[in-house]
Design a protein around this ligand. Sequence first.
Ligand SMILES: [Fe+2]
Ligand SMILES: [Fe+2]
Length: 167
Amino acid sequence: MGLFTSPIKTLDDLFLHTLQDIYYAEQQIVKNLPTMAEKASNPELKAAFEHHLTETKNQVKRLEKVFEMHGKPAKGVTCPAIDGILTEAKELISDCGDKEVCDAAMLAAAQAVEHYEISRYGSLIAFASQLGRNECARVLQETLSEEKAADKKLSNIAETKVNRMAA
Ligand SMILES: [Fe+2]
Ligand SMILES: [Fe+2]
């Protein structure tokens, strides 16, 4: 059975497992974003982290709505992928000796998180559509759009400010 708490036999099982995985991941992100916002020196980066924290808290609620629509209790399963990305980010930040380079490192780590989320939400929407759960797909699409916008905003801050300052 590996890492998973219940066997995954059908696409429906896989949809539920992925929903639980991202539910856990979003909660870990809510826990970690305040530290990143606190440590960010660049005001735009700090504001972007704070804004995305608000969005992420709402994404957790949105997932609870999807669980409800799916007729299952909201429950997370440990996601080793997000734990790995966040652990690596924390190690990198604590090793960083220069505040501008630290900003660049945190921004890059945050983009790794966004890309993970974009990948998971993309799959969830595809599964939901295949299963005929169009309303679930629509709600998940709202979050996917926010994740893509967050990623784009971070790229812009990196290119115009943070990476330049770090160089
Ligand atoms: Fe998210
Ligand atoms: Fe995100």
